[in-house]
Write a protein that binds this ligand. Structure first.
Ligand SMILES: NC(=O)c1ccc[n+]([C@@H]2O[C@H](COP(=O)([O-])OP(=O)(O)OC[C@H]3O[C@@H](n4cnc5c(N)ncnc54)[C@H](OP(=O)(O)O)[C@@H]3O)[C@@H](O)[C@H]2O)c1
Length: 301
């Protein structure tokens, strides 16, 4: 697996990360297998969130809890990963990034994950009520306490990210937008370019559009003709590169000039292994622009 730098740090991470959104229902043995496979194949950044598991049998905190059990079985595992989690979503409010709430959420995540530090703590979604200065105070105190090494944001616009950064002395090390061949707005809304400006790493969520780009089933995706154009292009590129659809979709996200680390979410061991090989696929510039044009429905100007 190719490696990249984690923001402005000298920490190296795999160019593909592993995500735990769909992980909460796993048995302990299955969960252990998935995390070990991801690490063995170079996916060293493991992304989770306190909300993962909400609405399922395990409930709020379920995915962190399960990952914490995996970590507690083998003390050597913790140092092999860059552990990223998130807080700030709390249904039905739905968001809370107040100082008191985030500090409490961090302590709860630490205890569920059975660790005394988080490598990357991210505000999960922008809270439109709490002032950025207060959110920044929470992130600053998290870092100063030693419980958190680095901080980042998820689903923030460029303007929101800048506003938060203006109140912070530490850099926002990561941005986490949804980004895939089927969700290309980060290429034009400025978020990928802002990451390049600040050298933040971009953790791209749902890089297979929640599996749609692998199955070819649009599901509730509204623009069926766009979906058809993208799938036809992915299928052609998969044949050209002797690769799977998912490998082409992942390679697309990594071709952009920003430092993009797609977070895969499969719960299938063979698919974790297959995804890792996507860093070896060398899409040409023409291949990349074919997928951009398929998304836009018009040729590049
Ligand atoms: N910040 C945010 O707001 C946010 C939101 C959503 C997600 N995330 C992060 O992004 C991560 C990934 O999200 P995601 O799970 O939606 O990612 P994804 O990789 O786009 O989709 C994974 C889904 O695709 C399915 N799939 C079907 N065929 C597949 C194939 N051939 N290869 C691989 N997957 C296939 C998987 O099913 P199988 O398990 O059966 O393979 C799984 O349900 C999450 O775990 C989380 O860390 C963040």
């Amino acid at each position: 697996m190719k490696q990249t730098t984690f923001g402005t740090t000298d920490i190296k991470i795999g160019q593909i990360a592993y995500g735990c959104w769909r992980f909460a229902g796993s048995s302990l043995e299955e969960a252990d297998d998935k995390i070990r496979t991801a690490l063995d194949y170079g996916m060293t950044l493991i992304d989770t969130a306190d909300i993962y598991g909400f609405g399922e049998a395990s409930g709020f905190g379920g995915a962190e809890e399960r990952l914490g059990e995996v970590l507690s079985m083998d003390k050597a595992l913790r140092d092999k990963m860059v552990l990223a989690t998130k807080g700030g979503i709390i249904p039905p409010r739905p968001y809370n990034s107040s100082y008191d709430y985030l500090m409490e959420a961090l302590n709860n995540s630490l205890s569920r994950l059975r660790t005394d530090y988080i490598d990357l703590y991210q505000i999960h979604r922008p809270d439109l009520i709490v002032p950025f200065a207060e959110q920044a105070r929470a992130l600053t105190d998290m870092v100063q306490s030693g419980k958190v090494r680095h901080v980042g944001v998820s689903n923030f616009t460029v303007a929101q990210t800048r506003a938060l950064q203006a109140h912070l002395d530490v850099p926002l090390m990561s941005l986490q937008p949804e980004f895939s061949a089927l969700e290309q707005s980060p290429m034009t809304d400025g978020i990928l370019d802002y990451a390049s400006e600040t050298r933040a790493v971009v953790l791209a969520w749902s890089p297979l559009a929640s599996g749609r780009l692998a199955t070819g089933e649009a599901g509730d995706y509204a623009d069926k003709s766009r979906f058809k154009r993208i799938m036809e292009t992915i299928d052609r590129l998969a044949a050209d590169h002797d690769a799977s659809r998912s490998q082409i979709a992942l390679a697309f996200t990594m071709k952009h000039q920003a430092n993009i680390v797609p977070i895969i979410g499969t719960q299938n061991i063979n698919r974790i292994v297959e995804s890792a090989a996507a860093t070896d696929i060398n899409l040409s510039a023409r291949d990349f622009y074919d997928l951009v044009e398929a998304y836009r429905g018009v040729g590049m100007p």
